[in-house]
Write a protein that binds this ligand. Structure first.
Ligand code: NFS
Ligand code: SF4
Length: 652
């Protein structure tokens, strides 16, 4: 069947700037296998859908409005472009929120079972973190047993999901003035289940048909993710598996090893990964691998749980979202185990072509044609041991040729909020004061979060890398998560010596502290670390009294997922200017668009920005940072001595 179609010739350098991915795209094409890049090139995105000018919320439709003249028509029910776009947007946010909060729920399930003594394979690894999280939401910790605190913490955090009335626990971490703005507009989230339910209801045919009112509930839902489900996912993972600290770790396909059994874990929930780490270190399984002729077992991550264990334990990472298909084309992946989110259905076929054993492990995410080995947190090793055994089998009978791109990129990963605090302030006086001071004195112009996916509709990694380079050149400190972090790691910007690419002020701070100009914080749920960092910058003082006063900005230049839109909306609602690339689901000139791109800021929130050129994005973000500096009265150059090693010693 494939022969009938004329094979198009592609220049793979237009698809990606990742050398390993390009090399494997060439190999896959030579092997007659196509990927999402080719499918994207061949399937034009639907222009009406891209503009969010269609509605299929009921069977009187689907209704298509005219994107060229959006007010010339309404849907059969009379829904206007603003209603339709606001409803569509909110449902995407609801789906994104559901994904993150459901992931957080799983972490909480594991935590509950640990607290109740029903799980032996996981335990509380980071008691200090447990105590600090508990204290941050008003749980008494002084003189109390760890398990007592843990029980209270579980009960409190369950409210992040189930609370019917009143504010979620982590609302206590939000700067007072920011919280006031939320209260004024009635958007402090209750439990995520309630917020998601309400937005699904309100966006049903014939309910909320006032775009401003819909956007309100959309913000509330998004906040239930950022300060709710995602934050629970991050905090509980730290408590169970350890809070990340910086360490040198490697990224890229060169970490596949031809003489080893290679296992890739791709997905989002770290519990699967943690058990896989135990399985690949099991002496019996290592002996089995050796019996099969392998030198050992080699474990790699991909996408977000990969980014998480890269940050937490230094497990090498094979690549971001747009490399998950081509990594199989190496022929070296003996097994790929996936759990939930961002798993392309095409991976099953790809794995079939190359003889890779492909496993789904989560009851919530089966894929037709994949072998399902279910993961249960009460007996996690049953699943992960089986995957390792099957991978060893595949190694023994590896079909075909193995080609491993020889790219290995080392960098420093694992900048948790706690570590940034420690790094800047020193052991006894952990504090964001030096960061704020360096922003006030102008050495650091501001802070930017660059995060999110890669997308086959744009050249992989290029937008992330160019944007970040431009930002650091202009003295903007960059924090990163998710697939974006992996793009920059591959480009070598997670190394301290990348400070040569930074402007003088930022470079000086990096050299003094010994940090890279780009700080990798982990997975997409770890964007909650960035929220906490923002709250801490407000608390320390000197940069205004709410998040929207801070000289900060966010971007997801190559986003594709609904989760990314939800993250964008919670940053906007928290007070951050957030710029997206690729495409934005609204039409310029409509009232809905105006609300998202201007109106929200006038109401005291952040706002959205959109650009498809990374240099333009950088300019927009820097202009915004400068506008905030201006308002804070810290625009001019101020000579303040840098808080250096000597000062820190003096303090100690
Ligand atoms: Ni985030 Fe993770 Fe990557 Fe995008 Fe997907 S892996 S949760 S959604 S593609 S950054
Ligand atoms: Fe059309 Fe209105 Fe039904 Fe949407 S809800 S499909 S706009 S009739």
């Amino acid at each position: 069947m494939a022969e009938e179609k004329k094979k198009k010739e592609y220049n793979f350098r237009e698809f990606s700037t990742c050398e390993a991915t390009i090399q494997m795209l060439q190999k896959a094409a030579a092997d007659g296998v196509e990927t999402a890049f080719q499918r994207a090139a061949e399937m034009k995105a639907c222009p009406i859908g891209a503009d969010s000018a269609c509605c299929k919320h009921c069977a009187m439709g689907p209704c298509r409005l005219n994107p060229k003249d959006p007010y010339s028509k309404v849907g059969v029910c009379g829904a206007t472009i603003d209603t339709i776009a606001a409803r569509n947007f909110s449902r995407m946010v609801a789906a994104g929120c559901a994904a993150h909060t459901d992931h957080g729920m799983t972490m909480l399930d594991v935590f509950r079972e640990v607290v109740n003594g029903r799980i032996a394979d996981y335990k509380i690894k980071d008691e200090e973190k447990l105590r600090s999280v508990a204290a941050s939401i008003g749980i008494e910790v002084e003189g109390r047993e760890t398990m007592e605190i843990a029980k209270d913490l579980y009960e409190e955090l369950e409210r992040t999901y189930t609370q019917v009335e009143g504010e979620i626990p982590f609302a206590k971490r939000v700067p007072e003035k920011t919280l006031e703005t939320w209260r004024k507009h009635g958007i402090v989230p209750r439990g995520a289940m309630r917020e998601i339910m309400e937005i699904m209801h309100r966006s049903h045919m014939g309910v909320d048909q006032d775009y401003e009112n819909i956007v309100k509930q959309c913000s509330r839902t998004a906040l239930a993710d950022g300060w709710g489900g995602s934050m629970v996912a991050t905090e509980i993972s730290d408590i169970l598996f350890g809070t990340p600290k910086p360490h040198v770790a490697g990224v890229n396909m060169g970490f596949l090893r031809e003489d080893h059994v290679n296992i890739i874990v791709h997905g989002h929930e770290p519990n699967l990964f943690e058990s896989m780490i135990d399985s690949v270190n099991d002496p019996d399984l290592i002996a089995k691998a050796k019996e099969a002729g392998a030198a050992g077992i080699n474990l790699l991550g991909m996408c977000c749980s990969g980014a998480e264990v890269l940050s937490r334990h230094g497990v090498p990472h094979a690549g971001n979202f747009m490399s998950t298909e081509v990594v199989i084309a190496t022929g070296a992946a003996d097994a790929m185990a996936v759990d939930v989110q961002c798993i392309k259905q095409a991976l099953v076929q790809m794995s079939e072509c190359y003889g890779t054993k492909f496993f789904t492990t989560n009851p919530r995410a089966k894929i037709e044609g994949a072998q399902h080995v279910e993961f249960h947190e009460h007996e996690p090793r049953k699943c992960t041991n089986k995957v390792v055994e099957m991978a060893i089998e595949r190694f023994r009978n590896r079909p075909g040729r193995v080609v491993i791109p020889q790219r290995r990129d080392m960098g420093v990963h694992g900048f948790s909020h706690e570590y940034i605090n420690y790094m800047l302030g020193g052991t006894f006086r952990g504090s964001y004061t030096p960061l704020n001071d360096n922003i006030i004195n102008g050495r650091i112009r501001g802070v930017a979060g660059v995060v999110g996916c890669t997308n086959p509709r744009v050249k992989q990694d290029w937008y992330h890398v160019e944007l970040v380079k431009e930002l650091i050149k202009n003295n903007v400190l960059v924090v990163q998560t998710g697939c974006s972090q992996i793009a920059l790691a591959k480009a070598g910007l997670m190394k301290p010596d990348a400070a040569v690419l930074a402007g003088d002020g930022l470079a000086e701070v990096c050299e003094t502290v010994g940090m890279p100009p780009v700080l990798g914080c982990g997975s997409c749920v770890d964007n909650s670390r960035i929220l906490i960092a923002c709250a801490e910058m407000v608390r320390v003082g000197g940069l205004g009294d709410k998040i929207s006063d801070l000289p900060v900005a966010g971007a997801a230049p190559e986003y594709m997922s609904e989760k990314a839109l939800c993250i964008g909306q919670y940053f906007v609602a928290s007070g951050v200017y957030t710029v997206f690339g690729v495409t934005f689901p609204s039409l310029e000139g409509t009232k809905f668009h105006k609300l998202m791109f201007e109106g929200l800021e006038e109401m005291g929130f952040g706002k959205w920005g959109f650009a498809t050129d990374p240099y333009e994005m950088a300019r927009m973000m820097i202009d915004h940072i400068d506008k905030k500096r201006e308002a804070l009265g810290i625009m001019g150059p101020r000579e303040r001595k840098l808080f250096d090693m000597a000062d820190r010693r003096a303090l100690d």
